[in-house]
Design a protein around this ligand. Structure first.
Ligand code: PMP
Length: 288
């Protein structure tokens, strides 16, 4: 069966799933997107993803671009591809506009939904799932909020791409970016947490994409009684931690095995948080 994409309201075969060459998402990265996970056929924390997508569209001056039936389009894409455990990507671009850089007020967005199989617990044999992350702090600085609002999840991933290119020639698979002041911000596609004297710490908002997984982990920590602090931290703070892990929708909680050659890894608190996260997935997606 050929993979089905959902493009502008229609399910189409992969070979026919195309976007116009004048689409602003292609020309300028002028688009919002979300990456979600489906478990048991249900998209996990959908409302939060939809709200962040809508907020990104608003930041980009195209409020209202998210179609009202987006959830149905996502569900239809899962069904058409016979997927229950899946990685789902939703993009909303400013669409095809004939002019140059200045966007027109009227927006006819291009909306693409893509889904592929991703078993719960990950894909066996893939190092992302089989082992902890090997991380390097890189020279590329996180784009600051006053250049491109950090809360927005846009198609502009050049910052993270440059950070990942810096890993070439090393065994690292995630980059740790600092903000313009030299404090730890986030990974190219992940938020970072570490444990210091029993307190779970993570960089505060303002220089990071506020990840939906980060938020769920902070809530889980509160539920199970792990003290939490958000603030500004150095790379050494993370490297000297008792435990550390990365979060994103795809990886969930991924132990941070090594940072710049220093071994860290998960531990009992990471395991408890992981269990609390798994329990949330069970409750939201597999029961009721
Ligand atoms: N930071 C960046 C730069 C990311 O690309 C991602 C992945 N979306 C995250 C953090 C984690 O966000 P989430 O938990 O919402 O996937």
């Amino acid at each position: 069966m050929s993979r089905q994409y959902h493009v502008d309201g229609e399910l189409v075969d992969r070979a026919d799933a195309t976007v116009h060459v004048e689409d602003r998402g292609f020309r300028y990265g002028d688009a919002a997107f979300e990456t979600c996970r489906a478990y048991g056929g249900r998209v996990f924390l959908w409302d939060r993803h939809r709200d962040r997508l809508a907020a990104t569209c608003e930041t980009l001056g195209m409020a209202g671009a998210v179609p009202h039936d987006l959830r149905e389009r996502v569900d239809a894409t899962l069904v058409a591809n016979d997927l229950r455990e899946a990685y789902v990507r939703v993009s909303v671009t400013r669409g095809v506009q004939p002019g140059k850089l200045t966007p027109e007020r009227d927006v006819d967005p291009t909306v693409v939904v893509y889904a592929e199989s991703l078993p719960r617990g990950g894909t066996a044999g893939d190092p992302i799932w089989d082992g902890p992350a090997t991380v390097r702090s890189v020279g590329t600085r996180r784009i600051p909020d006053d250049a491109l609002p950090v809360d927005a999840k846009t198609h502009n991933y050049l910052n993270g791409i440059l950070a990942r290119i810096e890993l070439r020639g090393s065994d690292a698979d995630e980059s740790l970016m600092c903000d313009s002041d030299g404090y730890v911000a986030e990974g190219a596609t992940s938020n970072v947490f570490f444990l210091d004297a029993g307190t779970l710490k993570t960089p505060e908002r303002g220089t990071i994409l506020p990840g939906i997984t980060r938020e769920a982990v902070l809530e889980a920590a509160e539920r199970i009684g792990v003290p939490v602090e958000t603030g500004r931290y150095t790379v050494d703070d993370v490297a000297n931690a008792a435990e550390a892990f990365l979060t994103n929708t795809t990886w969930e909680l991924r132990p941070l095995g090594r940072l710049d050659g220093t071994a860290i890894g998960g531990g009992p608190v990471t395991a408890r948080l992981r269990a609390a996260y798994d329990e949330l997935v069970d409750r939201r997606c597999y029961t009721g």
